[in-house]
Design a protein around this ligand. Structure first.
Ligand code: KG4
Ligand code: ZN
Length: 358
């Protein structure tokens, strides 16, 4: 095997998606994800059920990724897994599987921070780029299909179901947390509001869809006052709950009659709050390369408003392709690739951490 050919097999299992990717250097050969539908009926992720489903899915998912990548197991240089943050039972399945595989193959093991990985998703090269074949449209690629990556230092707004952070990235493996939520994550604010108005879990994508034909300025919600670059979403969520309860009291059909405007107004409010701090951080740190990542970065209105804000401020904006916004193993693989280059490996005694800072 040539020295410049690093093959990483990466596993992500921090929440309710079982995912495996195979990368050749920074290019994804395969990224296979099994979503767990079982949680929909409960309106949220049930940790015990999540770990059981990971256990069921992990072998077929890893097998499918290896087949799709067209690599031999003997070619794999290292195995990567998500160390945290996440649900302990879920993390343990991926970590144990990765350890067994690394031990059996006698190759290095690499632990990856899930939040760093969401950010480094911006550095994933699709294998089709190497071959010069076009792939899905996204703004992290130029028109000639070359990967356009942020220049260091850049800012990333990481927005997911568990986190909301503004991070300054100094290099591939050097992260500085500038601000974060002091309570709920913005993804939770989407999902819990969606539940209140009877939408299925996870509500974020549905709110996004319904909002597209709604009036974003029809209803207003409370604005949190938080120190500096931090966020707070629990008050907004509570104000949403009271708003719905009060209106339903006077009109039982209020939700049905106004669902598009409710979604559009609430979503617009969350986005305004997110972008306000991001703009403040960019000005304060004199940074013009601005990225978003995490599940909520799939939101169409957030993407639109960020692009508009970028134009106003002369930023270069980076938005990952949809498949690398939500949880996926390709992002674990790209982070592991940079750690591999530094020979940053871990031992078989490495343990997952449910709470794991940047
Ligand atoms: O990053 P992710 O897949 O998992 C975590 O690490 O949490 O993020 C999941 C979150 C969920 O809260 C989901 O509702 C939200 O991302 N989400 C969206 C959209 N797509 C996913 N929220 C708003 N609009 C979307 N289009
Ligand atoms: Zn995530």
């Amino acid at each position: 095997m040539k020295n410049d050919e690093v093959y990483i097999l990466a596993i992500e299992s921090s929440c309710d998606d079982t995912s495996c990717a195979v990368l050749k250097n920074d290019a994804v050969l395969a990224n296979v994800t099994a979503n767990q539908k079982i949680h929909e009926q409960y309106g949220g992720v049930i940790p015990e059920l999540a770990s059981r489903d990971h256990q069921k899915n992990i072998v077929p998912v890893v097998d499918a990724a290896i087949q799709k990548a067209g690599v031999k197991i003997s070619q794999i240089s290292a195995i990567a897994f998500t160390k945290g943050p996440g649900l302990m039972g879920s993390l343990l399945v991926g970590a144990s599987f990765a350890k067994s595989m690394a031990m059996a193959l006698q190759i290095p093991l690499i632990e990856v921070n899930h939040m760093q990985a969401h950010i480094l998703a911006h550095f994933i090269r699709e294998n089709s780029m190497e071959l010069g074949v076009g792939s899905s449209v996204n703004v992290t690629k130029t028109t000639n299909n070359e990967l356009r990556t942020p220049n260091f230092p850049f800012l990333c707004l990481t927005v997911s179901g568990g986190h909301t952070q503004i991070v300054k990235i100094h290099s591939h493996l050097d992260f500085e947390l500038l601000g974060e939520t002091i309570d709920d994550a913005v993804g939770e604010a989407f999902d819990k509001a969606a539940k209140i108005i009877g939408l299925p879990y996870p509500g974020g994508p549905m709110v996004d869809k319904l909002a597209q034909s709604g009036n974003p300025n029809k209803f207003t919600f409370s604005t949190p006052h938080v120190n500096d670059l931090n966020y707070s979403f629990s008050g907004i969520k509570t104000s949403f709950l009271y708003f719905i309860q009060n209106n339903v009291k006077t009109n039982p059909d209020f939700i049905k009659e106004n669902i598009n405007d409710i979604c559009a107004s609430y979503q617009n409010h969350l986005i305004k709050v997110l972008l306000h701090n991001l703009e403040m951080a960019a000005k304060r740190h004199h940074i013009n390369d601005i990225a978003i990542s995490g599940g909520v970065s799939a939101n169409s209105e957030l993407r639109k408003q960020l692009m508009a804000l970028g134009e106003k401020n002369k930023w270069t904006v980076f938005i990952p392709p949809f498949e690398y916004c939500t949880d996926n193993a390709a992002m674990i693989g790209i982070t592991a690739y940079y750690k591999y280059l530094k020979q940053d490996f871990c031992g078989l005694d490495e343990v997952p951490q449910a709470r794991f800072g940047l």
